[in-house]
Design a protein around this ligand. Sequence first.
Ligand SMILES: NC(=O)c1ccc[n+]([C@@H]2O[C@H](COP(=O)([O-])OP(=O)(O)OC[C@H]3O[C@@H](n4cnc5c(N)ncnc54)[C@H](O)[C@@H]3O)[C@@H](O)[C@H]2O)c1
Length: 218
Amino acid sequence: MGSDLNSLDGFPGELVTVDVTDADAQAAHIAQVAETHGRIDVVVTAAGVAGGGPLHLIDIEEWDRVQNINLRGTMLTIRAALEPMIKQRSGSIITIASVEGLEGCEAGSTYNASKGGVVLLTKNLANDYGRIGIRANCICPGFIDTPLLRGVLDALPFREDIIAQHKLGRLGKPEEIAGAARFLAGDDASFVTGVALPVDGGYTAGHSYGIAEMMGLS
Ligand SMILES: NC(=O)c1ccc[n+]([C@@H]2O[C@H](COP(=O)([O-])OP(=O)(O)OC[C@H]3O[C@@H](n4cnc5c(N)ncnc54)[C@H](O)[C@@H]3O)[C@@H](O)[C@H]2O)c1
């Protein structure tokens, strides 16, 4: 996660920027990676944008932009990566959805619909490709302290209310999402497929009414 891939000093691999909505560019890039390395073991789809508002106020172009990047872009990356994975009969696909792909929230229609789509796309991949050794899992982050979230929270007056929805009482860190991706990518998750895994500090664990605090649990 991070808004400028080219600024990742010390990253051991090659960094290439591709527009995820460009089907041809994605296919060409992923084919190139497969040719260079002879295979593709893991693909993580993390590109995404925020966007929202109650439905009657949503600009249709904004709706299309968000679906195009978050859902269609995810689909295009995976579609290109499937070709080498099917040939080699193995692979781990990891999508990044959101807690907002698992449940609704105020003014979330555009983003939540895109991320709900990512969750179900991932489960369908697990159904279709499991028998040939390809696993597909989805990470559903809670609110993670990244440029995307700062852009949203800076514009809104309820940062503390959002933090309070996380039972651990804080925002997540990008490396906590990377840790889940590392687990899902590797052999420790060899029997895990079709999962939508909340990495959310308890955001989706249930509702809070202040009773725990009343009992001194804060
Ligand atoms: N930060 C959070 O609280 C949070 C919570 C749940 C899910 N997510 C999801 O995690 C993922 C990463 O988000 P983040 O918080 O690191 O945001 P971010 O803005 O820091 O990073 C998003 C990245 O997507 C890239 N991107 C946007 N449009 C693109 C396109 N058309 N082609 C290629 N790349 C494109 C941006 O350049 C950026 O590097 C997103 O899918 C987001 O929806 C984030």
